[in-house]
Design a protein around this ligand. Structure first.
Ligand code: FEO
Ligand code: CA
Ligand code: CA
Ligand code: CA
Length: 680
């Protein structure tokens, strides 16, 4: 069974066995519709898309953002939840070539030179134009819109719904939890350290049982620079020096509004105190951000208790009345960690979301997400694991091999006793000291709500050394030194492949939500079956039916009676073997009695390729309507720009293929032509 849906735009893709099979499947009952591509107006202040549309800050602020990633659906009423709901969508980053229509006009935005040969923009020494920076800032963030299906099962944005809004890299956000109001986040924007502007590089997502959206700040360090006055966390998280990803800090802000709208991206100290400059601005990023999709005037809240790092996403664990609410989160960088937050408050089912109700959902969020304990994961070779507490008075264990063994985390990190804000600011250094297991780039997680099993993709790792070799560190010092990270780390039981190009899905389960012990296994190892792979590389015996690489998006689709479908999405940007894709399997569980070995000898053979995307894209973001008749996915960065001009790579089917087409990231909804349930 290799049937796969072909996403619009994929028909031009070359050299993929998957696509051949997919073409057959596309006639066997599934349809794929593009909905809300980048640039779709969300209200009457936006402008209808056309190939030559010149984006302004105003147009982009009133249109769907760029580079769709994580997303979630929120019912407006229980009766219509499968045909009409609020969609919250992350817009992770931008493609300046498409945003400013550079390829067809040949004109570079100020601050760049355009290399038409390689289709590349190279930064020159001119400052960025303020409106260009604003347009880019407004293309980032989150899009919230109402979506509705018509009688022909065609989906579209409900223009000017009361729920529609954009949250961008400039939207005022509250800080909450241990870091809020601390000296660590005092800036010239808010001397009280209780707020900041914007959320950035929102990659995967999460959701809460009380009906809010969680958007997660991943590659945010790159929009900042800090040339002097650097602290351990700047080095540990990799805040650049000298330049930023887009040069926003070089734009001249509007003095009549806020002269510091762009200066804040340069965190180099300029004043006497933190209250006079933006040295602490990066410390207001790196969090899980909670948004109430039902209230378009509510401010997003950065929930700092869940740690500060390059958060890929955030997923709630199994809910049990009277037990803590837990959230899992991964740090997507090579040799970084998996984390778990355990709330102080215990779950009260009265706090569960009521569709459309005017509850203060962010107050419920404060109850469960501002007070609790953060842990980092250690995966032992025998299939057991432990959550390592990260509190100021936690004792650094001798087993971690650190010269700080026996000290408290606070004193090992040079913090005042009891400084919980400091532990959060230095989350990664704290996890280093506790001996957390360096992972192969944690991406998405998902939870079987019945068994409580957690699945997480580990996408790949080019910095994984053979067994017995000594690790290397980012600053040449050792891992226990504040500011130092793993550069290369030797294989371990949970990350056992050297030169792991293709990644794996790891899984664990705890006796109860708040328990610090767990059992784990590897659910499946990715592989592409290429000649260079060693004999023991394709450990899950994948075949042309289900080869995959760089697993990223993930969703456990609960189908009741303890059964579900595990959907796996990939992000390689395309390979010779297959374009990026969606795979599916009905998993046999750890908790279902077959966890005898660490390497799962389970049902990988049933893993099926379900859909394939256009050239150059990644496939990400996923949910289905409650009735399971519509599966929503996202196609991010379609096209091979700037690699070639094969054209026809936009999933927007309304656009005629052309070598100069502006590719548009899009949501795609897959439905059965007969209106039946999506099945595998
Ligand atoms: Fe934005 Fe880790 O993917
Ligand atoms: Ca991405
Ligand atoms: Ca991702
Ligand atoms: Ca990825």
């Amino acid at each position: 069974q290799q049937d796969a849906v072909v996403v619009p735009g994929a028909s031009s893709s070359q050299g993929s066995a998957a696509l051949t099979a997919g073409a057959a499947a596309a006639t066997s009952g599934y349809t794929a519709q593009v909905v809300m591509p980048w640039g779709t107006p969300i209200n009457n202040n936006g402008q209808a898309w056309n190939q030559n549309l010149a984006f302004t800050p105003e147009i982009q602020a009133n249109s769907v953002g760029m580079h769709h990633d994580g997303m979630h659906n929120f019912p407006i009423s229980d009766d219509t939840a499968s045909s009409n709901f609020i969609m919250a969508l992350n817009n992770e980053y931008i493609d300046q070539l498409a945003l400013f229509d550079v390829i067809s006009t040949g004109v570079a935005p100020q601050g760049y030179d355009y290399d038409a040969e390689s289709r590349r923009l190279d930064r020159n020494d001119q400052p960025r134009a303020a409106d260009d920076s604003r347009t880019e800032i407004n293309a980032h963030g989150v899009t919230v819109v109402e979506l509705r299906r018509n009688e022909n099962r065609v989906w579209d944005v409900v223009r000017s719904s009361q729920y529609n809004r954009r949250v961008t890299s400039a939207t005022p956000c509250e800080l909450a939890g241990p870091v809020a109001g601390s000296d660590y986040v005092v800036t010239a924007y808010d001397n009280t350290g209780m707020s900041t502007r914007g959320t950035n590089n929102n990659c995967a997502n999460g959701f809460t049982p009380w009906g809010t959206y969680l958007t997660c700040e991943e590659n945010w360090p790159n929009v900042f620079r800090k040339d002097s006055g650097r602290a351990a966390d700047d080095n540990r998280l990799g805040i650049p020096t000298g330049s930023t990803r887009y040069g926003w800090e070089t734009s001249a802000g509007d003095a009549t509004e806020s002269a510091d709208e762009f200066a804040r991206f340069n965190a180099t100290p300029t004043g006497e105190t933190a209250a006079e400059d933006y040295r602490n601005e990066p410390r207001t990023f790196g969090y899980i951000v909670e948004i109430d999709p039902y209230n378009a005037t509510s401010r997003p809240v950065k929930r700092t208790a869940l740690g500060r790092f390059r958060h890929e996403g955030c997923w709630p664990g199994k809910l049990v009345e009277g037990e803590p609410v837990v959230f899992y989160s991964g740090h997507d960088s090579r040799n970084e960690y998996i984390y778990k937050f355990v709330s102080d408050a215990v779950w009260n089912p009265a706090d569960a979301n009521t569709a459309g109700a005017t509850t203060d959902r962010l107050a419920i969020g404060a109850k469960y997400m501002d007070a609790g304990t953060l842990y980092a994961a250690r995966f032992n070779a025998d299939g057991s694991g432990e959550w390592l507490e990260l509190e100021p008075d936690t004792i650094v264990p001798a087993s971690a091999g650190s010269r700080y063994a026996g000290m408290t985390l606070a004193s090992a990190l040079g913090l005042e006793a009891g400084d919980r804000a400091g532990i959060i600011i230095h989350t990664c250094d704290a996890a280093d000291l506790m001996g957390a297991t360096p992972m192969d780039r944690p991406e998405w997680g998902t939870v079987d709500p019945v068994s409580g099993e957690v699945y997480m993709t580990l996408t790949n790792n080019s910095d994984r050394l053979p067994e017995g070799q000594s690790p290397t560190f980012s600053n040449g010092s050792s891992i226990e030194e504040p500011g130092s990270a793993y550069d290369e780390a030797p294989v371990n039981a949970a990350n056992p492949r050297v030169n792991n190009n293709d990644g794996q899905v790891i899984r664990w389960v705890e006796p109860s939500p708040g328990d610090t012990r767990f059992s784990w296994d590897i659910f499946v190892f990715g592989a592409l079956g290429t000649d260079s792979e060693a004999d023991d590389y394709n450990r899950s015996s994948l075949t042309a039916q289900n080869y995959f690489s760089s697993c990223d998006g993930l969703w456990y689709d609960d189908r009741g009676d303890g059964q579900g479908i595990l959907w796996i999405e990939t992000d390689t940007g395309g390979t010779d073997v297959t374009n990026d894709q969606v795979l599916a399997v009905v998993p046999q569980g750890l908790s279902k009695g077959d966890n005898a070995s660490v390497i799962h000898e389970g049902n990988q053979a049933q893993l099926k390729r379900f859909a394939v995307g256009p050239n150059g894209c990644e496939v990400t973001g996923i949910f289905a309507t409650p009735d399971k008749t519509a599966l929503f996915i996202n196609i991010q960065h379609p096209s091979n720009w700037p690699i070639d001009d094969s054209g026809s790579n936009t999933p927007d089917a309304t656009v005629e293929p052309s070598g100069n087409v502006r590719p548009r990231a899009s949501t795609v909804v897959i439905q059965k032509a007969d209106g039946g349930q999506i099945a595998v």
